[in-house]
Design a protein around this ligand. Structure first.
Ligand code: LMR
Length: 398
């Protein structure tokens, strides 16, 4: 039966973990997957999360099924976090939302829903984009095209080319946009650029699909939601895939949410009925623990304040590591302009290294990054930074 099955290639990001785990060198460094580790190189268990878990454990609850759309207090808290307190869409009950299995789960439910609605639409993703975007939207049945994004020479965004490419999209096409901390480049649009993109999306009747997996890792929780809130203020219909997996360091709990902003409350209730069908036929209903933890933290002023501080701590430490990497590379004699390392935002630095150079980093130095040249600077610390800088300098210089 399975004789015709071909071997799928390793996942370009998660596959690196498998290779990294098999590497026996003691000083190997994993800068592949987008996971934050602390100054000691450990995956943090946030104090706010521990406090919420202790509270939940103090009154143990049985584990029945959650509703198809998830834990209501979690979904409401996620809506507020994404759209803010001034949201016109939330006030008008125009947002159909459900708890999703991480940001990826939200993208998948959203993609399947949109494909049922308009199978002829093309999905536009940035060039480059998160490795999984193309596969996820193609597997949902869409034709996927790219719009210009990265300007290698200018070390930034090819904004005019981006507008020109989106100007070729047809009405109803879906445009996947990274709300903040663009993955993999780390280059984000300015507020003025977002306004220009939104005007174009509106004029051409395109459907924005915002991927917001890193809210809080760029400038801050509200600043990072600028684009989502600007779409809301513009009165557009759009989709948001959001994730707390990273901001709560709850990766394995898959704490995400999907939001479909509709034109009115009645339309939103029809949309909700349809995304629930997608969820029901994909995984039935979501798991309880992570959603309860996040809802407990976000629903309590003191715990929320503690979490915001812990998130700011992660954000600040990443900025320090960016500065440290840049200084160490300059000190190692790397001549090229390196200020892009500190201009980029979020967990990643898009180094400009070629796939061959990234492979050299792995094989010669045990430094693991994605072949696209993406390095997870959120996994740097004062212990591994000198090694990483020396390895990158060596690869750049020979
Ligand atoms: C990443 O880009 O490394 C993360 O989003 C993890 C993943 O699922 O790929």
């Amino acid at each position: 039966v399975f004789a015709a099955v071909t071997l799928a290639p390793r996942d370009p990001i998660l596959g690196l973990n498998e290779q990294f785990n098999a590497d026996t060198r003691a000083d190997k460094v994993n800068l592949g997957v987008g996971v934050y580790t602390d100054a000691q190189g450990k995956l943090p268990l946030l104090a706010s999360v521990q406090a919420a878990e202790a509270r939940l454990a103090a009154s143990p609850a049985p584990r029945g099924y959650l509703p198809i759309d998830g834990f209501a207090a979690y979904v409401a808290a996620a809506q507020k976090q994404v759209f803010g307190t001034q949201s016109a869409a939330l006030a008008a009950r125009r947002v159909a939302s459900l708890q999703a299995l991480g940001g990826t789960g939200a993208l998948k439910v959203g993609a399947d829903f949109l494909h049922r609605l308009n199978p002829k639409a093309t999905v536009w993703i940035s060039d480059p984009s998160w490795e999984n975007h193309r596969a996820l939207f193609s597997n949902a049945g869409f034709e996927v095209q790219t719009y210009a994004y990265y300007d290698a020479q200018g070390q930034g965004i090819a904004f005019n080319a981006l507008l020109a490419d989106l100007g070729r999209a047809k009405a109803g096409d879906v445009v996947v946009l990274h709300a903040c901390c663009h993955n993999p480049t780390g280059y984000d649009l300015t507020q003025e650029q977002w306004q220009a993109v939104i005007a174009l999306l509106q004029a051409r009747d395109l459907v924005p699909f915002m991927d917001m997996a890193y809210q809080g890792f760029g400038q801050g929780l509200d600043a990072d939601a600028y684009a989502v809130r600007a779409l809301d203020a513009a009165g557009m219909s759009f989709v948001v895939a959001s994730s707390f997996s990273k901001s709560f360091s709850l990766y394995g709990e898959r704490v995400g949410s999907l939001h479909v902003v509709s034109q009115d409350a009645e339309e939103a209730s029809r949309v909700l009925s349809q995304i629930k069908v997608t969820a029901r036929t994909t995984y039935s209903n979501p798991p309880t623990h992570g959603a309860k933890v996040v809802a407990t933290v976000l629903g309590d002023d003191a715990l929320r304040a503690q979490w915001e501080q812990e998130l700011a701590g992660m954000r600040d430490r990443i900025a320090q590591m960016r500065a440290g990497l840049r200084e160490a590379l300059e000190a190692a004699g790397v001549r090229q302009n390196l200020d892009f390392i500190t201009r980029q935002q979020g967990m990643f630095s898009y180094s400009g290294l070629s796939a061959a150079q990234m492979q050299r980093l792995r094989t010669e130095f045990g430094v693991y990054g994605v072949d696209s040249g993406r390095l997870c600077v959120a996994a740097l610390n004062s212990g591994n930074l000198p090694r990483v800088a020396a390895a990158v300098a060596a690869v750049l210089q020979s």
